[in-house]
Ligand binder design. Structure first.
Ligand SMILES: Cc1cc2nc3c(=O)[nH]c(=O)nc-3n(C[C@H](O)[C@H](O)[C@H](O)COP(=O)(O)OP(=O)(O)OC[C@H]3O[C@@H](n4cnc5c(N)ncnc54)[C@H](O)[C@@H]3O)c2cc1C
Length: 262
């Protein structure tokens, strides 16, 4: 609802919003982005601007640059990985399976990672008070077995597993659908600090390009952090000098352990 409102205001102020388009190429020259090529499957179009703000995954941003960055930068971007995410959303006639908004599932006999109980977030999220809606979440990697399952098989898996851990009865199932989110989590593996440093240092050469957001900064940002990086990027284009890397730095600091393990 919030993003719909933002889009509405943007259009009212003569903004041009193109949904369902992919940026397929980013043309640059003399350390400046000159134009981007966008595609909506059937047609391609080139757009030029003075400045560019990107929230696509930083790995894709690098790999779409034309001419291509040096080999070591491309390799560093390929060595950065994201985890993806599949949700089987189920509508059931049961009563609440648990009183919480969500629970993490650690039972080794199932692949479920987390279950959302949408009605507990807000009753507005389930239109019929006699029904419940659960989001059965699986963490996966793009292209792996879970990611590639058909929607029908994923719904069947979710129902079977929920029944196995005694949260629902399969016979209460009414309807369902599947949502896939690619590159949902940046993977902080042992080589990511070196790789992200190389990629970000290279991108810093482009003075009219700012990469923002969660995938764009390769940082475990929440929605408020992601939005703030967008606001800061816009202000920087107007002359401010915010450091986007400092957004969400407090939390990392708080989560840091001291040498004593505190
Ligand atoms: C499972 C999950 C649960 C979360 N829960 C919470 C929560 O409870 N609270 C909270 O605050 N935050 C939560 N977050 C984090 C929050 O969703 C993110 O911080 C936020 O959505 C990131 O916004 P963004 O604009 O940076 O990126 P996204 O929302 O990921 O947007 C990036 C967009 O770029 C598009 N894109 C990719 N490639 C291209 C291309 N080549 N051309 C054009 N477009 C492209 C993608 O399709 C996508 O729409 C959660 C995230 C996940 C994955």
């Amino acid at each position: 609802m919030m993003y719909e409102k933002i889009a509405e205001n943007f259009l009212k102020n003569n903004g041009c919003l193109l949904l369902n388009h992919r940026v397929v190429k980013i043309n640059h020259q003399n350390n400046k982005i000159k134009s981007i090529v966008i595609s909506n499957k059937s047609k391609q179009k080139t757009i030029s601007s003075d400045s560019y703000i990107s929230s696509m995954p930083i790995t894709e941003l690098v790999q779409r640059l034309s001419p291509q960055p040096p080999k070591e930068i491309i390799q560093a971007s390929k060595n950065l990985h994201y985890r993806s995410f599949v949700t089987a959303s189920l509508v059931l006639s049961s009563s609440e399976p648990f009183p919480d908004t969500w629970i993490y599932v650690h039972s080794p006999e199932v692949k479920i990672g987390r279950v959302q109980n949408f009605k507990k977030w807000s009753h507005f999220m389930v239109s019929d008070p006699d029904k419940i809606a659960l989001g059965v979440e699986y963490f996966c990697t793009e292209g792996d077995e879970l990611w590639s399952m058909t929607d029908k098989d994923l719904i069947e898996l979710a129902l079977t597993e929920l029944e196995k851990i005694k949260l629902i009865k399969k016979s209460d199932y009414l309807d369902g659908f599947v949502v896939r989110a690619e590159k949902a989590y940046p993977v902080y593996d042992s080589s990511y600090p070196k790789n992200i440093k190389l990629v970000k240092e290279y991108l810093a050469n482009f003075k009219n390009l700012i990469s923002i957001g969660r995938g764009g900064l390769f940082k475990y940002n929440n929605m408020d952090h992601s939005i703030l990086t967008g606001l800061y990027a816009a202000e920087n284009l107007l002359g401010a000098s915010h450091n986007l890397e400092e957004v969400n730095a407090d939390q990392e600091y708080q989560e840091e352990k001291t040498e004593n393990g505190d």
